[in-house]
Design a protein around this ligand. Sequence first.
Ligand code: MEV
Length: 426
Amino acid sequence: MKKTSRLPGFYKLSVGERRHVASAALGLDERDFDAALEEGGLNCATADKTVENVVGVYSLPFALGLNVSLNGDDFVAPMVVEEPSVVAAASNAARLIRGGGGFTAESDPPHMISQVQLDEVADPAAACAAILEHRRELMQRANAAVPGLVRRGGGAVDLEVRDLGDGYIVVHFIIDCRDAMGANLVNTVAEKVAERVAELAQGRVGLRILSNLCDRRCVRVTGEVPPELLAEGERSGTAVRDAIVRASIFAEKDPYRASTHNKGIFNGIDAVVIATGNDWRAVEAGAHAYAARSGTYSPLCTWRVAENGNLRGSLEMPLALGTVGGPSRVHDGARFGIRIAGVTSSQQLAELAACVGMASNLAALRALATTGIQRGHMALHARSVAIAAGATGKLVERVASEIHALGDVSLSAAEHALARLNSAPN
Ligand code: MEV
């Protein structure tokens, strides 16, 4: 059975019904949802073995991003996020892009950079030459440090050296990490080869660590939306399309806007990164450095009118994600997230996350360029406020819709509404 990510009306179902529908759509056993997610994927005893000074665990909603068609196949995106609207917005925008033929994505091989810093190098030119002359030997030493990775088809693929001035040089070992994010592998390589590198350079060993600016591991996504799908109320599709292009140009011209624009992209990307047990700090560090590579902080996704009149988005960024190792070893939710994603490699997971990032960006720009985001946002935020006021069960929706209709989405308004509904005869 070919899996589908089109599940109309999914949002109207109860959590139990959603598990039922999603397991059928994804070919999973419904009981796997219960087993993986009931305790948030991590119990206290395991958490205590994971980091230090543990006093408990901390849960977040685990949701499904729908409608993603990527390179002709359907994917459901696992999303862990606390912000209302993010999942609905990404799913809606993915449906628009589906209407334009779906996302097209490609990605670099999973190559990470292992950095060895050397300083007090008396003759940097001679040091660089000596290191390059011993390239073969150094690559062999790098591979010897990670035999398991080499067995899986990865390992050192290149070596480069840069003179940073003032007696500092840095050597980059480029390591193919296959389906791992690779931080541990790459750090191991750096530590194992550093002494020999310093000997060749006649310098002092400094830091030995990966670079999170993993610009050898970029993902590129494009997606189109026919303008007629963008119409909103009084506004024609072409007017909305053109407003989105102007919003993109605003971000391209202004780092203050580019920062917020990229935050909207990370609403989607981080949700997938977290749901699959990946390191979102690493992803953010790499992507923001990449966004600033021209010297001006810039948007990671831009929008233009294509020759056929469609709105066309293009996203490019480094994205180092793993489908093996890391937290997925111990976190049932993360392992389940990877199963939901249904990807066959770390590269495909990065492509999926980037598609959700583009969808989130499109949704934000469409809302901002038309009615603004507060209307939709407040309707969902009202639910959290209702829960904070003590509403449970059906009362959550009733309190939320009352305070939203009132235009006062505050805790005190929710408490009043709840008190009134509780005292009203049934
Ligand atoms: C809010 O989480 C994200 C937005 O601010 C993104 C944007 O402005 O593009 C809506």
